[in-house]
Design a protein around this ligand. Structure first.
Ligand code: GLN
Length: 490
């Protein structure tokens, strides 16, 4: 049995651990073994520390032996995107800027994972500072899609998605600013969930665009995503944007929602643009599935959708230009050394020129421009107003329906290199995911089929702080299909 432990669900593994049929050390060794077997081809990790993972697993086994098991994730290996602070581990954001940085503290979601007994496993590759849709903007290496090694895994949480798909982790954490959990989840055939803005604390998440960033789970099943979401959710005094509200018991409440006949909206703007029609087919079949189930399927309109990408690239870059100002070569980041600086500004400039990659520089320049006096009103302020209209579109749609169904991405995973020379076409791969971040609503992608052998994702957009509904809607689809048991051949 043990060689396949790495592909079992967290739910099942939790049962096996409880029954004493498997130990956390055995499970962790299975993940380590699998990682060593496939990592050269997949490249999901920036780094991992086997010894550290095994000792966390030993501690879990000791807790269990003493009858002190702390939670459903006790002993389960969870991979971490290299953008979240784990005390005493590297935190690089896949950037040369932070290549030698070690976190002095734990992010709140990491602290919570530790409290739930999870075995924290490795540092997962990403686009530099989470800017990108393919993980090709990583300063370390590009990650490959486990379903086709010539294709990208999506991004920016490409390492997190690829690791789950390849069995290199049972669960992973990603972050989503404009689609970075959902889009790679769809490309790699796994479940990825962006919670409502404020559901999960951002303390200890290296900031990209603070009004959009959320941490969220990636898993091979809806139920597993719910387990991980449960562990990381909740109000945090250290993040004033985290929401002060009871966290529902997601697994229980979506169980109780089973069988509900949902009202589901199809935003017409998401379906009328020229989509890769092969990629659309599984999405259409998923919609038919809900219709046959007795759900009411209704067309709705989100009229400001056409502005979403433009608005996002003004707001996200503006916030990034401010957030990334801290990387100045003076305190804890890469410092340019082999040159003769005239003054400290010279040191900042040279260090930033060397430390940041092309895409990060492009965003800093764009964002600085949008915020500069004379352009602030024309770009930033206008984008903020349009953002409000986009949010109101959703509020209106949710008066009529419980949730929305859309494709996650306009096409399945593309080949490496295909969009690197054309940033605009790269930006458009998030056209269906970005609005949820602008509106602050939750979104989830789950596998709904294949196009030419590559996974296709169905996106469910839910009402704010009703993740359990989104999970329940996803669960009925998953239960009726076998995607969670289909794995890439590696
Ligand atoms: N691809 C989008 C971007 O490059 C979204 C990234 C993200 O969600 N972190 O900004």
């Amino acid at each position: 049995m043990s060689e396949e432990l790495y592909y079992k669900s967290a739910r099942e593994l939790s049962g096996l651990l409880k029954a004493g049929e498997v130990s956390a050390v055995e499970l962790t060794q299975s993940i380590i073994g699998r990682t060593k077997a496939v990592e050269e081809r997949v490249g999901a990790f920036n780094s991992y520390d086997e010894g550290d993972a095994v000792s966390q697993a030993e501690a879990s086994d000791q807790r269990r032996a003493a009858g002190e098991t702390v939670g459903a994730l006790d002993g389960i290996p969870v991979g971490i995107k290299d953008v979240l602070a784990v005390k005493d581990q590297p935190l690089t954001c896949s950037s040369k800027m932070l290549e030698n940085f070690i976190s002095p503290y734990d992010a709140t979601c990491i602290q919570k994972l530790k409290q739930s007994g999870a075995v924290l496993w490795g540092r997962l590759n990403m686009d530099e500072f989470a800017m990108g849709s393919s993980t090709e903007n990583s300063a370390t290496h590009p990650t490959s899609n486990p379903w086709n090694l010539n294709c990208v895994p999506g991004g920016s949480s490409g390492g997190s998605a690829a690791a789950v798909a390849a069995g290199e982790a049972v669960l992973t954490l990603g972050s989503d600013t404009g689609g970075s959990i959902r889009q790679p989840a769809s490309y790699c055939g796994v479940v990825g969930l962006k919670p409502t803005y404020g559901r999960v604390s951002r303390f200890g998440l290296a900031a990209f665009a603070s009004s959009l960033d959320q941490v969220g789970p990636m898993a091979r099943s809806v139920e597993d995503a719910a387990l991980l979401l449960q562990a990381i959710s909740g109000h945090d005094l250290r993040d004033s944007t985290s929401f002060r509200a009871e966290v529902p018991d997601f697994s229980k409440s979506f169980e109780s929602l089973k069988g509900k006949k949902w009202k589901l909206g199809l935003p017409k703007e998401y379906f009328e643009k020229a989509l890769d029609s092969a990629a659309m087919e599984p999405v259409q079949q998923a919609i038919d599935f809900y219709r046959e189930l007795g759900c009411e399927i209704k067309e709705v309109s989100l009229p400001h959708t056409e502005y979403a990408v433009a608005v996002y690239y003004i707001i996200a870059t503006a916030e990034a230009s401010s957030n990334l100002a801290r990387y100045d070569g003076i305190r804890y980041t890469h410092r340019a050394e082999n040159f003769d600086p005239k003054d400290s500004v010279d040191v900042y400039n040279q260090s930033r020129a060397e430390g940041f990659g092309e895409e990060v520089k492009r965003r800093i320049i764009l964002g600085t421009y949008a915020l500069s006096s004379g352009y602030y009103d024309a770009y930033f302020l206008k984008a903020q107003k349009a953002r409000t209209l986009i949010r109101q579109d959703f509020e209106k749609a949710y008066e009529e329906v419980d949730a929305l169904l859309t494709p996650t991405s306009p096409s399945p995973a593309f080949e490496k290199g295909a969009k690197m020379e054309d940033p605009l076409s790269m930006y458009l791969s998030d056209i269906y995911t970005i609005s949820a971040n602008l509106a602050g609503i939750p979104g989830m992608s789950l596998p709904c089929g294949y196009s030419d052998g590559m996974p296709v994702g169905l996106q469910i957009l839910g009402k704010p702080f009703r993740e359990e509904e989104m999970l329940a809607i996803g669960q009925v689809f998953e239960d009726a299909h076998d995607f969670k048991n289909q794995h890439p051949e590696l």
